[in-house]
Design a protein around this ligand. Structure first.
Ligand SMILES: C[S@@+](CC[C@H](N)C(=O)[O-])C[C@H]1O[C@@H](n2cnc3c(N)ncnc32)[C@H](O)[C@@H]1O
Length: 321
């Protein structure tokens, strides 16, 4: 019986409408409903605009030392859970002094011995080339510009592949007479399908790709084993551990995953590792990889933390000073 009610009501309505046969009243009714429709549509539009504006105006998490100048008032209306993506809550331990960085890493990750000892082991030497060094923009002017400017004692490279940019930085620091340790964070898995074409020659044994061994061989070949250490784990886990251990850098290069979420996570975690006056930078601000999200992540990071993005060739640079 309950379901009959609306039908009865509709019949009643139709009866009422049929009374308005006068054309003036009819026209009046049409105008009123048109105006009501217009008003309700513009109010929907306004709501959307307001939401978009609010999303753009998110402010940095309270732990950040930098603040934007024009956004503080807008967060009060945002539910706190909307800010979760902006929170990277790791708290860094006391900074390890630069001269102890290498020793700290050897102790924490390599049982206190150099991974280059007796490298390459006999079962690997036939699987790698004497040198196979290939990167992208790995010798861009940005490296020399920043190394000359910052004179880093520690460089953290997030994304290393075969070591082209790391080896270039090691050679630069050596030629400038600096004592710099370069920590190369990479899981040394490349990316799904990377052996399809140009890197077919990187050998695989039982599904295990020889990327880390080839990288290490490149470092040995370039005679920079004292300057470079591989850190063969996921960027997320290493950057959080470095923060906990107090392993910080004067220069941090971010060049690992190029999709927005990877870049966003790496950039936020890497920023925590900067020593005072440190500089963070990365590739693919203007290349096709930027469309996957590098530039979007860099710009968002800069905006919510009140930094200016500088550009050096195809690299982005964020100077924390
Ligand atoms: C573009 S390459 C780095 C190139 C290098 N900087 C150069 O210029 O020679 C990106 C590297 O990031 C690494 N990578 C990507 N996502 C990673 C992740 N989540 N954890 C660890 N390494 C990752 C890949 O294994 C790959 O070697």
């Amino acid at each position: 019986m309950k379901e009959d009610k609306p039908i009865q009501h509709n019949h009643q309505t139709r009866r009422n409408i049929s009374k308005f046969t006068n054309p003036v009243i009819y026209l009046l009714l049409i105008s009123v409903s048109y105006m009501l429709g217009y008003l309700s549509s513009s109010s929907t539009h306004n709501t959307t605009t307001t939401n978009t504006t609010t999303a753009i105006q998110l402010t940095p998490p309270s732990s950040s030392t930098k603040t934007t100048t024009n956004t503080a008032s807008s967060t009060s209306s945002i539910p706190t859970d909307s800010l979760d993506h902006f929170r990277f809550s790791a708290r860094c331990g006391k900074a390890v002094s630069p001269e102890l960085i290498r020793q700290t890493i050897l102790y924490k990750l390599y049982n206190g011995t150099s991974p280059y000892n007796e490298f390459p082991p006999p079962h690997i030497s036939s699987l790698i080339k004497q040198a196979r060094i290939k990167g992208w923009g790995s010798k861009g002017a940005v490296f020399e510009n920043l190394i000359r400017k910052v004179k880093p004692t520690t460089i953290i490279e997030v994304g290393t592949f075969l070591g082209a940019s790391a080896i270039h930085m090691a050679e630069l620091t050596r030629s400038l007479g600096l004592k710099t340790q370069i920590l190369c964070v990479d899981d040394f898995r490349g990316w799904a399908g990377f052996r399809d074409q140009r890197f077919k020659d990187i050998q695989m044994v039982n599904g295990d790709i020889m990327l880390m061994y080839q990288f290490m061989q490149n470092v040995v070949y370039s005679n920079v084993t004292e300057l470079i250490l591989p850190i063969p784990f996921s960027t997320q886990s290493v950057l959080d551990k470095f923060c906990e251990w107090g392993v910080l850098g004067d220069l941090v290069e971010v060049d690992a995953g190029h999709d927005f979420h990877s870049a966003w996570s790496d950039i936020n975690r890497a920023y925590k590792l900067l020593r005072p006056g440190g500089v963070m930078f990365g590739h693919d601000y203007f290349t096709s990889a930027d469309e996957r999200g590098v530039r979007r992540a860099v710009n968002l990071f800069a905006r919510v933390n009140g930094f200016r993005v500088q550009v050096d060739g195809q690299h982005w640079v964020i100077d924390s000073t």
